[in-house]
Design a protein around this ligand. Sequence first.
Ligand code: GLN
Length: 484
Amino acid sequence: MSDLPTTALDIAAAVRAGSVSASEVVEHHLDRIAATDGEIGAFNLVLADEARAAAAAVDAAVAAGRDPGPLAGVPIALKDNLCTRGIPTTCSSRILEGWRPPYDATVVERVAAAGAVAIGKTNLDEFAMGSSTENSAFGPTRNPRDLTRVPGGSSGGSAAAVAAGHAPLSLGSDTGGSIRQPAALCGVVGVKPTYGMVSRYGLVAFASSLDQIGPFATTVADAALLFGVTAGHDGRDSTSIDGPVPDLLGALDHGVEGLRVGLVTELMGEGIAPDVAARVEQAADALRAAGASVEEVSIPAAAYGLSAYYLIAPAEASSNLARYDGVRYGLRVDAATTAEMNAATRTAGFGPEVKRRIMLGTYALSAGYYDAYYGKALKVRTLIMRDFDRAYGQVDLLLTPTSPTTAFRFGEKTDDPMSMYLNDICTIPSNLAGHPAMSVPFGGGADGMPVGVQVLAPALAESVMFRAAAVLERAAPPLDEVWS
Ligand code: GLN
């Protein structure tokens, strides 16, 4: 083991100061990947040559007296639904096999411009549909802390890469919890920004009104650093917010003195494992001890969030995925007529969960059922926003579990889609409202696997959210503390 710094902040500082080279840093991480990714399976593709070249360019910049940027020489893993120019981008789907995007996603451009070194493309549930990374066409990713368990999903590869030390940073996407839930299950920090805070340009669309890109890191400060590099207006995404990016690193030391925190009643009872709920209570105590007040708050419509999400997300997905027709991208299965070619391509190219979502969404949008399903779900979405507004009239932040349980075992939930969907019960409301939320590791469950607590904030209130996250990080019990 080398004595290289481990956090992104320390690596970038050392590389910028010239005390460590970006090339050493990248070799160390490529070695780790070579040693352990065979069993973990975090990566669809390791970009060894490209990473070495990018690191050499950073070292050349330092040697020439230029500043390579705030992420100088920091390896970063990219979820394989982020477009990378000339580099396969598969969404872990057969239907995109062989497709190489002609452009980079905005976030990919921004991290490269900040000096980061893209080290690989990470595995995901096909088209980001799932909560365990078992829906990848290329096989599952395993939880680095226990290879018999899932890493969560859909950004399971990005979470596992950071948890395994393959890269100090990674990017994922979160439509209903796909950054926060795998972060919780793997014991790392994961953030879903306010909708519009980070450009979606070059993120392969799942459900456009819910999708956001966000960071994974081992520390709250590293997540703040990556957030700052990726956030900010982008004219190529019409939903991008044209406003200032909060200074999260500057806010981290401000503490929670005088803040009001709400524990969401509906997300602490039935369906939440007792060991997870106990950790959330312990996290609430930690915030109290740091000077915040904690009270119970009700978000009554949260109970219907799951049902609304599983209509809205599939409805948008059925439309977004219509473009995979065998003509424009990747796979084509030839047949006598164009319609038969379309059908044969989609039959062969999409996995069972993606097909289920397309059917659910198409049904919910069909003429006879639109009002009863899609229209109703939109009304529930509005009610959830109102409940949040009411709650935030009373408190500054909300605290919930990130996931109802710790990491489960492979195959445990694959036969029953409903039990898999229930994983997202705590994360979905923030996507429906467009609000930021993040998962912070907070000790272990009865099985010794990591527990994540979720901090939720109103739109654009990331600074307050990160202040609480920093307090929780300092107060977190060690993962190996014996459960009592
Ligand atoms: N697990 C949820 C789903 O399957 C969320 C996925 C995501 O956030 N991309 O839709």
